[in-house]
Ligand binder design. Sequence first.
Ligand SMILES: *Cc1c(COP(=O)(O)O)cnc(C)c1O
Length: 465
Amino acid sequence: MKYISTRGQAPALAFEDVVLAGLAEDGGLYVPATLPHFSADEIASWAGLPYRELAFKVIAPFVAEEIADDELRDLIERSYTAFRHPAIAPLVQTGHNEWVLELFQGPTLAFKDFALQFLGNLLDYILKKRNQRVVIMGATSGDTGSAAIEGCRHCENLDIFILHPHNRVSDVQRRQMTTVLDGNVHNIALEGNFDHCQSLVKASFGDQSFLPEDRQLVAVNSINWARIMAQIVYYFYAALALGGPQRPVSFSVPTGNFGDIFAGYLAKRMGLPVDQLVIATNANDILHRCISQNDHSLGELIHSLSPSMDIMVSSNFERMLFDLYDRDGATIAGLMAEFKDTGKLQLSDAALAKARDLFASYRLDDQAMTAVIAELYGSAEYLLDPHTAIGLEAARRTRVRGDIPMICLATAHPAKFPEAVRKAGYPEDPPLPHHMSDLFEREERYSVLPNSLADVQAFIAANIT
Ligand SMILES: *Cc1c(COP(=O)(O)O)cnc(C)c1O
């Protein structure tokens, strides 16, 4: 399978090259040149398959020419062993025909583990095959960093450097990163904010001359195609568990960079009968404004109680635009240039109509969100994390058909966000799951560095193993 850039000017690449490439040379994002499609009969024959076997069915067509079946099975097998629940992605009923898909059973308690456990193993496999070593560099405001570190800690052919803003991530989130003591894991606490972390990472990708000749940087942020691919699986899994593909299901997705819900859209295109796809946002609502008012314009960044969705621009939305504009790369390049210049982008009537046909959207601020946590805890003694709470309420507000199961993606465990849960009236910090209950006793290791490109790059050069 070949992958092409959303801006139409970069060379098409094969799967393994796309995994290492990150952004395309023309600034676009890679997408499959053609999507695999499964017939209703084929999907029906997968009912009852365990998660890993289903993952193999869904992922194989994307990688088949490059990764042999038994190798792929092995990668998938290893990627989901650190999940605590035997179902990997269990469903919990929260209302009439309404379900929460618990995607937080992985090692760092957030859905990002589904993609990053797999990506770590995949990178290790590709790099060994090529006898190559790379450096992973990334910035995090919380969830991505810990999931990336957990995914990469056992990889032999890479070092991972994650920058987080010093004293500005929660204690749980910091400790999930800094208590990983493997020799190839390097945490940098930057004396600055998240934007500073991101600009240093961006500048380093732009000029990699600080690295030894035989090393390159690799990005594991949500624009990496392999992450999206791994996320398609749980849409199939949940739909099949609730009786599909004979009957359609709907999904509501707490959305930031649009990676997660884009995977749901792809599942639909690949043959899964999906009725509604609900984009749920917090006060950082560029996508909700886009769908509801055709207003895709930069706002101010608002720091909310659902910090993993605090974004001004959703980086993966470009992949969606590419399809909304019939895969016309030149048009997307023009639109993205306009957005860069003016901070605004308006969809054509045709593109907007298609987007509205595919997606519903809803926005919740912190106050509305905490009310949802309190309500569901009161009625069902089920504790939601703040991101999932936004998804659940968005589903309830936008739902069209009560007879179609509504599946709300639970993107994090409530113990990761004690502040939000307490604001909702819960009397204590929600307990961490047993396997992490000693998190606050574990040894931490990280380096505090000034907000300086030269210092950070010198640190990386000195610490590569
Ligand atoms: C990353 C994240 C999201 C947003 O996912 P996107 O793929 O960026 O839309 C939502 N909730 C949690 C808990 C996350 O960590």
